[in-house]
Write a protein that binds this ligand. Structure first.
Ligand SMILES: *[C@@H]1O[C@H](CO)[C@@H](O)[C@H](O)[C@H]1NC(C)=O
Ligand SMILES: *[C@@H]1O[C@H](CO)[C@@H](O)[C@H](O)[C@H]1NC(C)=O
Length: 461
């Protein structure tokens, strides 16, 4: 093996331009040292690994790093075609939003009780509210509004462990809708068709974290006409109704940005993942959690030196992602997770393992080009799939990921910035205008069944 490394080290790179060769060489050297150490550590731990995998992997890795080093010195790439236009759209002036004023028991009281909902992955709920209050798209005149927004924080009722209790959410939501429909005339005019709601829970407005239960419940019947802004996205799934806007989960922008390491840092980790492989507490028999995909990652690759995977969340998690080429984004209980956002922010190519997933702002972000999609059933071949991606393709993806517009779109920035996730939501709403005239009902006409759904949900809140 050492001979191979030395050869590689001495070999002039045929692809890299002369202007980058010095940096390039240093990167490769630095990386080799790291990789050798890593390998030694692993070998001590485990004894042996497939020699072929090593050789192929290292050759590939060296090539990628050589090219990746070149990439950072070049400019990032703009998204071509309509996706780029959508990404850079400015929604201001294209829609007006009326923000209902609700009693604080629907929003601020929760926050006061447990401010952790400002930092968890469902926090888009609170930040969208704050953003709209001062946004130039806000109108105080409901008569000229294109969209109505109801600020209700259904994921801010937290258990002691910080996870949201979704059980009361349907009642809270029903109560809020009841409130707006009796205090203003606008809900009844369309029964919600020009209203949007932010529902960032695991399965959106199905309000349950277990998929079976979520499917059984379906989208809260009162929200059937409304537009849902949600993190959950999966095709052919009852919890994603047509016309919903799929958004990224909340990941703390400042915290992530404060952890950037120099762009010239070599990406010496081939595949990186930190998280659960099994959820024994909630899925004792296995196979239900992540539909078995995470278990398959662990069982197939725990001993593979190209895979830096573990359940241990290190304090260098964000830095490690910046040292990795591929970051696994497998489904968990739901198909989405903040890893997707972290991958984009840290330039680590997201490897999306979640069949039928619908990704955030898919009309603006060219996920097919920046990510790698692996079918859940193909997890056992993950090593072969990833090593067969050419260095040129890797570079292309890294260049696109380096586009600041892409990163901006993934973040709920504080304060808001042009093109950020707030603006992409507004873009999504603007593109749904003008409303179809058929949404306006005759006075007294009703389309929703107000008593539909589980009896428990009808209890007043
Ligand atoms: C809207 O409709 C509901 C149900 O029919 C009714 O109770 C409510 O008073 C109506 N709201 C307004 C403002 O007329
Ligand atoms: C409304 O839903 C309830 C509960 O599912 C059902 O019993 C009732 O018949 C429905 N009403 C109409 C008018 O469809």
């Amino acid at each position: 093996m050492v001979v191979v490394f030395l050869l590689l080290l001495l070999m002039p790179s045929s692809r890299s331009a002369t202007s980058i060769s010095v940096v390039d060489r240093n990167v490769v050297v630095g990386e080799m040292g790291e990789m050798l150490q890593l390998r030694k550590r692993r070998r001590r731990r485990r004894g042996h690994v497939s020699l072929l995998t090593c050789v192929v992997g290292f050759l590939f890795l060296c090539q990628v790093s050589r090219l990746a080093a070149a990439a950072v010195l070049h400019r990032h790439q703009r998204i071509s075609g309509s996706a780029g236009d959508v990404l850079e759209d400015n929604p201001v002036g294209r829609l007006k939003v009326f923000v209902y004023e609700l009693p604080s028991k629907y929003n601020k009281d929760w926050l006061e009780k447990d401010p952790r909902c400002l930092t968890h992955m469902f926090a888009a709920e609170e930040f969208v509210h704050d953003f709209l209050l001062t946004s130039p798209v806000r109108t105080h005149n409901p008569k000229e509004a294109d969209w109505f927004y109801t600020p209700v924080y259904t994921t801010c009722d937290l258990m002691p462990n910080g996870l949201p209790l979704p059980f009361k959410s349907p009642r809270i939501m029903r109560s809020a809708i009841s409130y707006i429909s009796t205090h203003w005339p606008y809900w009844n005019r369309t029964e919600g068709a020009d209203h949007f709601f932010v529902v960032p829970h695991d399965f959106g407005a199905c309000f349950h974290y277990q998929e079976e239960k979520a499917i059984e419940r379906g989208v809260l019947p009162l929200l059937k006409h409304a537009t849902l802004v949600q993190t959950f996205g999966q095709n052919h799934h009852v919890c994603l109704k047509e016309g919903s806007i799929v958004v990224p989960p909340y990941a703390p922008p400042e915290k992530m940005q404060s952890r950037f390491i120099p762009l010239s840092t070599p990406r010496s980790i081939f595949v990186y993942f930190r998280g659960l492989f099994y959820d024994v507490g909630n899925d004792p028999e296995g196979g239900y959690y992540a539909r078995g995909a995470r278990a398959a990652v662990w069982e197939n690759f725990k001993d593979n030196p190209l895979f830096d995977i573990s359940t241990q969340h290190p304090s260098t998690y964000y830095e490690d992602m910046q040292r990795a080429i591929f970051c696994l984004c497998p489904l968990g209980w739901a198909p989405w997770s903040p890893r997707l956002v972290e991958g984009v922010i840290f330039g680590c190519i997201p490897v999306i393992i979640a069949d039928d997933i619908v990704l955030p702002f898919a009309d603006a972000i060219p996920w097919e080009k920046i990510g790698v999609f692996v079918a859940e059933k193909d997890v056992p071949n993950l090593d072969k799939i990833l090593s067969s991606i050419s260095p040129e393709q890797v570079l292309e993806k890294q260049r696109l990921l380096a586009n600041p517009a892409m990163k901006q779109a993934m973040l709920f920035s504080q304060p808001a910035l042009p093109g950020d996730a707030f603006h992409q939501i507004l873009n999504g709403l603007a593109r749904k205008l003008p409303h179809d005239p058929h949404i306006y009902l005759e006075p007294g006409q009703m389309v929703l069944n107000w008593t539909e759904g589980p009896v428990g949900d009808l209890k007043p809140w």
